[in-house]
Design a protein around this ligand. Structure first.
Ligand SMILES: *[C@@H]1O[C@H](CO)[C@@H](O)[C@H](O)[C@H]1NC(C)=O
Ligand SMILES: *[C@@H]1O[C@H](CO)[C@@H](O)[C@H](O)[C@H]1NC(C)=O
Length: 364
């Protein structure tokens, strides 16, 4: 259910998707470095579009059959959604319309996120230095930094991050993302990796409405004593922050090895959090509350509570009622969200028929 909801959210509000929305002007070729394991949508504005792809590692030929690639799908508007891309999928992606005209071509370097070099300014950690390769001419390897993302929290101290991609430049040539440059040549060099840099920041709050909140509960696995929580609509490309019982979980603490209330998964910029304690976890994306996770009460514990005569009976009964009220509330919220999204979708597709889509909703 949640997955379906997120999918709906993603399509209803492209800017808000859990994936990165990549665009390129019609008729152009665009080169981008991105990270593996983080969903992206390559935009192509043509329904019924055909996509062709070429992986530079194979250097074989252009492929067409997307059915063979389980993590790719074409959206109704003709764009290509790539879920959790592999670094081996670094290559060219070409969109053609129904009349066999090439509309756009992307050259994408999905850099291996598991080799991400993470540094925090506040801890005095420094990013990677420039280096040289000697594959023929003297190639410089350097990090091309993206702009800083927004602060992940407002009204109190937060953190912001920026992503840096590995680029190679030959003298007097345009720089290229490392693995688009290297193609099928394998080079072992510790410098060839993407980076993430974090620093402390403060931002004032502007008004916003938390309208996409997902409520869920979780249970720690008995075996590992932990579980993973996923922040809806979070992405390494967007600012995220988690709070455990209202205490923010910071990269600074994690990177300095201090004990914190969870483990932020670096591979997705902290979209996923491993938790070890039953606490209330909240996550914010773009400073907006997105997810609220409560520990699921253990049935055995509840049973013990019930048997415990020292507890006033009313309180236990109250708990049951509160639970069902909460369940009802969650259902209402879900239904409201889905209806709201349908509204957004309808508006999206028929911008001039706002009043009519309202009627449709009323009928429902
Ligand atoms: C998509 O293409 C149509 C016409 O081909 C154009 O009117 C529309 O503005 C385009 N939309 C986007 C988002 O580029
Ligand atoms: C690293 O290399 C890039 C590309 O050649 C260059 O623009 C940048 O100034 C270099 N940085 C340093 C610190 O030398």
């Amino acid at each position: 259910m949640l997955t379906a909801l997120w999918l709906l959210l993603s399509f209803a509000a492209p800017g808000l998707g859990a994936y990165l929305f990549v665009t390129c002007p019609r008729g152009a070729q665009c080169q981008r470095a991105l990270l593996s394991e983080n969903d992206v949508l390559l935009h192509c504005n043509s329904s019924g579009a055909q996509w062709y792809y070429f992986f530079v590692k194979d250097r074989t030929r252009w492929f067409h059959n997307l059915q063979d690639v389980p993590n790719m799908e074409i959206t109704p508007d003709g764009s290509l959604l790539i879920r959790s891309p592999l670094s081996a999928q670094t290559g060219f992606y070409s969109c053609w319309d129904k009349k066999d005209v090439q509309l756009v071509q992307y050259k994408i370097d999905f850099q291996d996120v598991t080799s991400l070099h993470i540094t925090h300014r506040g801890l005095g950690q420094v990013p990677l230095q420039n280096d040289t390769l000697s594959l023929g001419s003297k190639e410089v390897v350097f990090t091309h930094w993206e702009p800083w993302q927004d602060c992940n929290r407002c009204g109190k101290l937060g953190e912001r991050k920026r992503l840096g991609y590995c680029y190679i430049q030959e003298t007097l040539e345009e720089p290229m993302p490392c693995w688009l440059y290297l193609g099928d040549v394998t080079v072992w060099n510790q410098r060839l990796r993407p980076e993430m840099q974090v620093e402390t920041c403060y931002a004032d709050c502007t008004t916003f409405a938390g309208k996409h909140i997902v409520f869920d509960n979780f249970k720690l696995s008995e075996q590992s004593g932990s579980t993973w929580l996923t922040c809806p609509l979070g992405s390494i490309y967007r600012p995220i922050i988690w709070e455990a019982n209202d205490v923010p979980l910071k990269w600074e603490d994690q990177l300095s090895g201090r004990e914190v209330g969870g483990f932020l998964d670096p591979a997705n910029g902290g979209r996923r959090l491993q938790v070890f304690q039953p606490a209330v976890y909240k996550c914010f994306v773009q400073q907006e509350l997105m997810g609220h996770f409560n520990p699921r009460p253990d049935p055995e514990v509840l049973e013990t509570l019930r048997e415990d005569a020292s507890l006033p009976q009313a309180e236990v009964a109250g708990k049951g009622t509160a639970d069902s009220v909460l369940k009802g509330l969650k259902l209402t919220l879900l239904v409201a969200t889905v209806l709201g999204l349908l509204g957004v979708l309808l508006k999206h597709f028929h911008p001039s028929q706002g009043s009519r889509s309202k009627k449709v909703l009323l009928v429902k």
